[in-house]
Write a protein that binds this ligand. Structure first.
Ligand code: MEV
Length: 307
């Protein structure tokens, strides 16, 4: 019995603008994960999806628009091999459709598990490109940041279609993640920003570029250990995302609640319109911020250290 694990992710800076070629920063969240365990099977290939009432999923090429099926199809196409006689037990602690990369993490763990059972050795680069193809179902026109941070499991400074740059963290810092519990479809928010880009290219373009500059400044702060500089950058980035219409009343309220409880900075994270926000905290205020988010209605509150 072998298990393959892939982490969740959060975007620290640059979501949405990254779709237009601006840089963004994302980090893995190892405490939340998708896991695929391989066991021998007596009745052919199957997936047991434990988070969906242990439903049994068989490969069915007519369901190719479904992410698990697309993942299996891409793997067979790439390797030229058929699916092995194993059962894959899938479990995930990552909330779905909440901007934490649950889809990309599940595809990554599944690809690694099934390819190992096929004796097909896939490089990270290949896994990344296959997961990116699956991401198109969730995101429409993904930038590739979510699959990249999850597959490589490293903090990254990401620019679409450019070599991946690892971010070096000069001083570790702590974040609290607040989940609004509102499921949000990333491709809808991404599509709405695209409409803004079409109807008002000048101011939308300026906002997108301003977000890119914030990501560059944030990289410098992170790589030189000036963590408190991130607070003001988070504030500016959140404001620009509000102007791009991808925040939500709950996300704004959570950001306010975190700041009032002493957070250094706070912003929405990921696709927006629901999903998650992040707050940068010190050890002294971490608990107060977590409590403030629960009081504001967060359905999950997670703490993670970026190191
Ligand atoms: C979603 O996690 C991040 C977005 O920038 C979309 C993307 O980059 O594909 C909103």
């Amino acid at each position: 019995m072998t298990s393959w694990i892939a982490p969740a992710k959060i975007i620290l800076f640059g979501e949405h603008a990254v779709v237009y070629g601006e840089p963004a920063i994302a980090v893995p969240v190892a405490s939340l994960k998708a896991e695929a365990t391989v066991k021998p099977s007596t009745d052919g290939f199957k997936i047991i999806a434990h988070d969906m009432d242990a439903v049994i999923v068989r490969y069915d090429v007519s369901l190719i628009e479904e992410p698990l099926q697309r993942t299996l199809a891409l793997l067979q196409q790439y390797t030229g091999k058929s699916l092995p006689d194993v059962e894959i037990h899938l479990r995930s602690s990552i909330p779905m459709a909440s901007g934490l990369g649950s889809g990309a993490a599940i595809s990554t763990a599944l690809l690694r598990a099934v390819s190992s059972a096929m004796d097909a050795d896939l490089s990270d680069e290949i896994v990344n490109s296959l997961v990116f193809e699956v991401e198109k179902i969730h995101h429409g026109t993904p930038s590739g940041i979510d699959n990249t941070v999850i597959v490589y499991e490293q903090p990254i400074f990401y620019v679409r279609n450019q070599p991946i740059e690892r971010l070096s963290i000069a001083r570790s810092f702590k974040l609290i993640i607040g989940d609004t519990g509102q499921k949000a479809l990333t491709h809808v928010a991404v599509g709405d920003v695209r409409k803004l880009m079409e109807t008002d290219p000048e101011s939308t373009g300026k906002r997108v570029k301003a977000i890119g500059k914030i990501a560059v400044a944030a990289r410098q702060a992170i790589e030189t250990g000036k963590i408190t500089d991130l607070g003001v950058l988070m504030h500016k980035n959140h404001h620009l995302l509000q102007e791009l219409t991808v925040s939500s009343p709950d996300l704004d309220q959570f950001v306010e609640a975190a700041l009032s409880a002493g957070a250094i900075g706070a912003k929405m994270s990921g696709g927006g319109r629901g999903g998650n926000m992040i707050a940068l905290v010190t050890d002294d205020c971490a608990e107060a911020v977590a409590n403030a988010l629960r009081q504001a209605g967060a359905v999950h509150v997670f703490e993670t250290t970026v190191a």
